[in-house]
Design a protein around this ligand. Sequence first.
Ligand code: MG
Length: 260
Amino acid sequence: MKSICCIAVFLASSCIFCYSQAGIIAHRGFWNKFGSAQNSLSSLENAINLGVYGSELDAYITKDGVVVLSHDNKYQGIEIETANYAELLPLRLPNGEPIPTLQQYIDRVKQQQQTKLILEIKPHTTVENENRAVTAIVQLVNDGGITELVDYISFSENICRELIKCNPKHRVAYLSGNKSPEELKKEGYWGLDYAINVLKKQHPEWIKEAKKLGLTVNVWTVNSPEDISYFISQEVDYITTDNPQLLKDVLESKAGAAQL
Ligand code: MG
């Protein structure tokens, strides 16, 4: 009887492990919920509470060296790179929250060990500002003791190069979609993080090629149930979405079906 029980437990766990699960990344946090906003502290809190793999954010550095969250280089008419942080302080996100600093995000993330920051460093207008942003951000992450809780992403090749140069162990994924997995591997990247069209239409073969080379595969921004199912079936490592709750529900229902 005991051995039958052991076999049943083994089969059940085998089914779980033979079903691969994509990590959920909440795009600009889990903002798609009442009372929240993109790139806000509440969107990070929601992502942590949902228990997802990662909460993505967009980072710029101000003229006086404060790293803040914003998707665009201008917020309410103020260009972040040329403004001092004090000029951003009175501004409010659509839900009334102030613009968060990266330091505030780090302070929250270090209180737990599950949800990572998927830290996008935005292209800046000059190489100097990009390098200044990389140096400041890496310092904040290291000082915060959360290096294991940060994956870096960027559209800027310069930013990615600087991150890898500064520490080859940095997990850096490239966003622009114009480099093959072989090129990325040669340049020391950890992974690729490409748009739906690139991985579904232009270069679907890159998913398998990347995995063969030991690179991680992340895809953005996957919101419809059809695209979610497609990329789960392609066994990508991570899916970045504006609907993390929907993605979680789909993954749980597929995992449940796999166990039957
Ligand atoms: Mg982003």
